[in-house]
Design a protein around this ligand. Sequence first.
Ligand code: F6R
Length: 243
Amino acid sequence: FQDSTVASILVAQEIAALIRDKENQNKPCVLGLATGSSPIKVYEELVRMHREEGLSFANVITFNLDEYLPMDKGNIQSYFYFMHEHLFNHIDILEEHINIPDGSVSSEDLYQYCIDYEMKIKAVGGLDFQLLGIGRTGHIGFNEPGSHYNSSTRSITLDHITRVDAAPAFLGIENVPRKAITMGIGTVLSAKRIVLLGWGGNKAEILKETIEGEITPEVPATYLQNHENTTFIIDEAAASELT
Ligand code: F6R
């Protein structure tokens, strides 16, 4: 796409159509959601559709990809805060339908917490749609290089590059948490439909590796090449390195 605004509106329209389709079938619509700069305009458009076109999120269940560890929900750097600020506070989703990994879980409870997150996704029928961004390390969610294709929800150590990229938001790299909870590659790949968003020239190199490179744990996003219903929605700058 020439620019990310038109592209984001198209993605929001696909999500809205899915929500309405599920509503007509009297089934819940299960969305996997991402944070960061990439999906912001998609959320903006979904909020507009709710306000102006009556799009209801009453039958939508969401699972966010990740959260920093440790992280309190009240912290403005939390993904909990981000999601409420950009989407949940402005739509009619039920609070009990929102699932975001809890960055305040104790280390004793962490292992079971991750298993339960995974089970909760399965219990509602699995992810109908997964929205993704991509990190410069090739991470999707916070599945950093070395992640296994079969991995499930777990805690992970963040890559140095990921912490560098997050540093401005935390006013210095020393304030960026070293760990996160993330859905696994296996969790992401279990989604029936995946859309990855990539905007701007600083994503061009990793998108080339992801789309044209060999599938490797060193670039976890390359695992998406094996998924049968994935689309990369990218702008011209992000596509500039593709052959
Ligand atoms: C966020 C997430 C990450 C981001 C990625 C790109 O929930 O899972 O994988 O999608 O780091 O971040 P932005 O969009 O800020 O460039």
